[in-house]
Design a protein around this ligand. Sequence first.
Ligand code: ADP
Ligand code: MG
Length: 324
Amino acid sequence: MDRYEIVRLVGEGSFGWVYQAIDNDSRQFVAIKHLKPDGDPWAYVPEVRALTRLEHPNIVSFKGVEYQDDDVFFIFEYMEGSLCDLIDERRSRRIPFSEAEIRSLSRQVLQGLEFMHHQRGFMHRDLKPENLLVNKGDIKISDLGTATEIDCGGQAHHHYVTTRWYRAPEMLFRAFVKNESLRPFEYDEKVDLWAMGTIIAELFLMHPLFEGDDSPDQLYRICEVIGAPSRDSRTMPKLGPENGVGLRALMPYASESAIDLIESLCSWDPSKRPSAKEALQHPFFKRGQNVDAPPGFSYCTHTRNSVVPKMRELSTMQPILGAY
Ligand code: ADP
Ligand code: MG
């Protein structure tokens, strides 16, 4: 670890700490994730396995593992901040994302997902703005702590992995329907496509699309927007309003193709959601082939709670229509 010089702390959580550091060998900035020792030397194997298999321009580059005494350090390329920081920064400056910027950001994340799902057979399971890191217009998928093989040999996947606001309904149902034997709610990589739909919507809204307080409330809020799914009333209680207000009511300025893409990604039925590969073929991405605009990233706070304006204020913001 002697070759690294710590610059500052950039993230902290139950996992440990993330520092910005200088690599004295390469003279480049790196991010060092210092994992809290939890006594289980095997605990990090799945994350390292995913990190070493997932090398792609839109997945944060992993430079290796270092050990010091009982401590484990993961070394990554350094990224200026998260998409969450970028949204906060734009919201505080009252500059909405143009559709060209949203297209550029979403395309890059979908390219990372296409590689992860189709070429490596992994799913991320915790896609959210905090786990998408941004650097000078590039955006990369990060935090592979929950990434796992899509095909896990018939074993059931855990249902509490993704952060609730971005969690797909099939992951929420199990928490809601108490009698688990009624349905074997399995899930696959389509949970990442659901999260992708909510993230694209968040770029238009500058605010999370579905902000539930718990799993039933999360499902209720989804129904409020997209309407309730068809259900078998013997196995599934009523989740929320039958008819939702629709995405168009929330995003009056978004193009038809943007609304159509988000609607298809946020389909109740995972099999109706496009794959990452299919999503990249959507007209939303065809329209502006040559006018993608990487977003500027001039300032970053690294704290989510620094600026939280009310929805009322946000509704007065005008999108930059000229940019697409
Ligand atoms: P956790 O499992 O706790 O979510 P993450 O890997 O997401 O851990 O890291 C936590 C935070 O640390 C991120 O949200 C981000 O702010 C910061 N971070 C992580 N990796 C990097 C990196 N490569 N460059 C810059 N900041 C990073
Ligand atoms: Mg994270």
